[in-house]
Design a protein around this ligand. Structure first.
Ligand SMILES: [Zn+2]
Length: 123
């Protein structure tokens, strides 16, 4: 067995911690934004240390520019634009685009279109 530095249980605990920190960040955001932003930083430190990627759902929850936890309607604005979501951080003005059509769906649509071009396929 390979003695890797990234043992599974350690990674699992790190991922759990990141999850918890984001949950805390969300809770604290309305009454203690500073603390909430701190949680995001802590989560990112953990991610960095263990070489983890912050996963899809959490990725859109904080601003990459100012590292603040963002929540739509509170300190972020969400606009739909073509096939992506534009998330604007109201703390620093950074806009991020998150594609919301995933590859699988895209592939399926292309398949459908290749059969026959029918009307009524909703964007
Ligand atoms: Zn920001």
């Amino acid at each position: 067995m390979r003695r890797g530095r990234r043992q599974k249980w350690i990674i699992k605990i790190a991922e759990e911690r990141i999850d918890i920190l984001f949950q805390q960040a969300e809770k604290e955001l309305s009454y203690n934004p500073e603390r909430s932003h701190r949680y995001v930083q802590m989560a990112q430190n953990i991610a960095q240390k263990y070489n983890l990627k912050i996963n899809g759902t959490l990725r859109g929850r904080f601003c990459k520019n100012c590292q603040h936890f963002i929540r739509p309607g509170l300190n972020s604005q969400i606009r739909l634009f073509n096939s992506s979501i534009n998330v604007k951080c109201l703390d620093c003005g950074e806009i991020r685009r998150i594609p919301y059509i995933n590859e699988k769906k895209e592939r399926r649509r292309r398949k459908i279109e290749s059969y026959t071009f029918k009307e009524g396929i909703d964007e």
